[in-house]
Design a protein around this ligand. Structure first.
Ligand code: ZN
Length: 191
């Protein structure tokens, strides 16, 4: 199946000059969610507060497909809107925190901080995240992994994905990383 995938990829993509690079930037007005959180590390924690977060992505490729697209905007928008919906109106809970005691009691998620403060949130209002801190740095790399799960970027010849998470105007983090391509051992077929 790997050989078939590589052959199809070779047929579908228009050859491009080595130095050419296309960037597809997708940042729509509704790529947003509001969420509550606080950052905490040894000896410090913020007070509980919220942000109106915004997401954006940049997809890079040295070629586009025979259909003229790097990737159709529609699946990109659908993927980002689904991620925003998952995060919207939740408390962002960093389950790998080294300073929070996080437990589930009945239908509530309870947190005890280093200074002994106690929070209890209804389970449905909490998004458990595999992070140590809910900073824009850690959120942007996590959203990067969610986007790559939802979109088959390598199959479209996309080599780099950048995710931007903005927590407030003028404060954002861009996480940029190469996407694994078929040549690096992952060839996916949709048959
Ligand atoms: Zn904050």
């Amino acid at each position: 199946m790997a050989a078939l995938g590589q052959k199809r990829k070779a047929e579908e993509f228009v050859a491009a000059e080595e130095q050419e690079k296309y960037s597809l930037v997708v940042r729509k007005a509704d790529f947003k969610f509001n969420a509550a959180h606080f950052c905490a590390y040894k000896g410090f924690r913020e007070k509980l507060h919220g942000h109106n977060y915004k997401l954006g992505v940049r997809l890079e490729s040295s070629s586009y497909g025979a259909d003229g697209y790097i990737l159709d905007f529609c699946p990109v928008k659908k993927a980002i809107r689904a991620i925003c919906s998952t995060f919207n109106e939740r408390f962002l809970c960093p389950v790998h925190s080294d300073v929070l005691k996080i437990t589930k009691k009945n239908k509530n998620i309870e947190l005890v901080t280093e200074d002994g403060s106690f929070f209890s949130f209804p389970e449905d209002d909490v998004l458990m995240l595999p992070l140590k801190h809910t900073t824009v740095e850690e959120l942007s790399s996590y959203v990067w992994s969610l986007v790559t799960e939802k979109l088959d970027l390598a199959q479209r010849g996309i080599d780099t994905l950048e995710v931007t998470v903005e927590e407030t105007p003028g404060q954002q983090c861009c996480y940029r990383r190469r996407v694994k391509t078929g040549a690096e051992g992952v060839v996916q077929n949709d048959e």
